[in-house]
Ligand binder design. Structure first.
Ligand SMILES: [Ca+2]
Length: 408
């Protein structure tokens, strides 16, 4: 049983990631769902999370492991409503629909709980309310970063994985607040970044790193506690000494390079996602997502979508036991001040060029940014190899809908 915290900004592919986790109740134990702004505002993300959990509870899960499993009330905490160090917020409503769930609240309004706004307006009162037994979640009173730390401190060290599928503000804030407590985490699995592919938020940046680049830079910097070289200039320093004692944090990144390789075709999806009221609801939600992903000139049988966040769940499920999932360690740094490149994942692409020992004292001049000394930068594990796209589609569809619709 894997203990996980899901940090999310629901979001269509976040909804699929949640469905995937919930359809495997014998494999995953959810310690916390922490919410952040991202695809849409925090307020709407809360509405979406509530609706997703409520719908799954109401309509029931079709997953093979879900037979006979009662829906358990899940702990949920509210987090960042904006980037850590900026007022300005971006969203991806153009991609996920104005409500972040592909128009689901209009098409299936009866599944949107009527009290969501009241709860959001006064979460403290809602956390105390006797009515909470009727909800699919228990709303926790403290902000997400505190609840994340509380889980990490109450569980055995190295036993809880954080699956971070939104902008990284909650995670970075937890790490900055209590580095020792945070370093008890087993692994942080992050959906984010674009390394050798174009971005999807600007030409260079993936949406999650673009939405809060400083937070991403801080989380990536946790992989190398020797110094704070990769922390963006001007940010409050936090006590890296603690990380020096505890060792680096294991961060695994699933950038667009890997998530886009694991696409699902519209045919595969529609063949699989059927046969239940829940499937009808999900199909409606993903219809707009497929349309947004459509490339000009594509024919109907070529339509495909990338369920980025759900792929993080697949990795988390198999990471410990399946050696065909391979990570490559990279010194990835996030651009936080560029006029056109904000949120870009920077990599040193120069041919290997080690500074001779005799010139080391001049290395800052010879190599601004000190990219050539592998002990000084970040050491992010980038998911590089998996069992393959077909295996992903088969595994995902089988868990959710008990079908295998991979195109032969
Ligand atoms: Ca997301």
């Amino acid at each position: 049983m894997k203990k996980i915290i899901i940090d999310t900004d629901p979001g269509v592919d976040d909804a699929l990631a949640l469905l995937y986790v919930l359809s495997l109740p014998k494999e995953f134990e959810i310690q916390l769902i922490s919410l952040t702004f991202g695809n849409i505002s925090l307020k709407q993300c809360f509405c979406n999370a509530y609706t997703i959990l409520n719908t799954i509870r109401k309509l029931g899960l079709p997953g093979p492991g879900a037979d006979g499993c009662r829906f358990k009330t899940l702990p949920l905490a509210l987090g960042q409503d904006r980037p850590l160090f900026h007022e300005q917020r971006v969203d991806a409503a153009h991609f996920h629909g104005g409500d972040g769930l592909g128009g689901n609240h209009s098409s299936h309004g009866h599944l949107t709980p009527s009290d969501w706004e009241t709860i959001f307006r006064d979460p403290a009162a809602a956390a105390d309310s006797a009515n909470e037994t009727n909800r699919p979640f228990k709303l926790l009173a403290r902000p997400a970063y505190e609840e994340i730390l509380s889980v990490l401190e109450s569980e055995e060290p190295q036993s809880v994985t954080i699956v971070a599928i939104g902008p990284l503000g909650n995670i970075a804030k937890a790490a900055m607040t209590n580095p020792a407590g945070f370093s008890r985490v087993k692994e942080v699995v992050v959906m984010g970044g674009a390394i050798s592919r174009p971005g999807n938020a600007n030409p260079f940046a993936e949406f999650n790193t673009f939405a809060d680049p400083e937070a991403a830079a801080i989380v990536f910097a946790l992989t190398n506690p020797q110094q704070s070289l990769a922390i963006p200039p001007g940010l409050p320093r936090f006590n890296m000494a603690t990380f020096r004692e505890m060792g680096p944090v294991k961060v695994t990144l699933l950038p667009l390079d890997v998530t886009e390789r694991h696409y699902i075709s519209q045919n595969e999806w529609e063949e699989s996602c059927r046969g239940s009221e829940l499937a009808d609801w999900v199909r409606m939600m993903t219809a707009a997502y497929f349309s947004s992903s459509q490339v000009v000139g594509e024919t109907a049988d070529q339509h495909k979508a990338f369920f980025h966040d759900a792929l993080c769940v697949w990795y988390t499920l198999h990471a410990d036991t399946d050696s065909s999932f391979k990570r490559k360690i990279m010194d990835l740094r996030v651009e936080t001040v560029g006029q056109w490149t904000r949120g870009m994942c920077c990599v040193d692409r120069r041919p290997v060029n080690i500074i001779p020992e005799s010139m080391k004292s001049a290395s800052e001049w010879l190599d601004p940014g000190l990219w050539m000394d592998s002990s000084l930068g970040n050491a992010v594990g980038v998911l590089d190899e998996t069992p393959g796209r077909r295996e992903w589609v088969a595994s995902f569809c089988q868990a959710l809908w008990r079908t295998d619709s991979t195109e032969r």
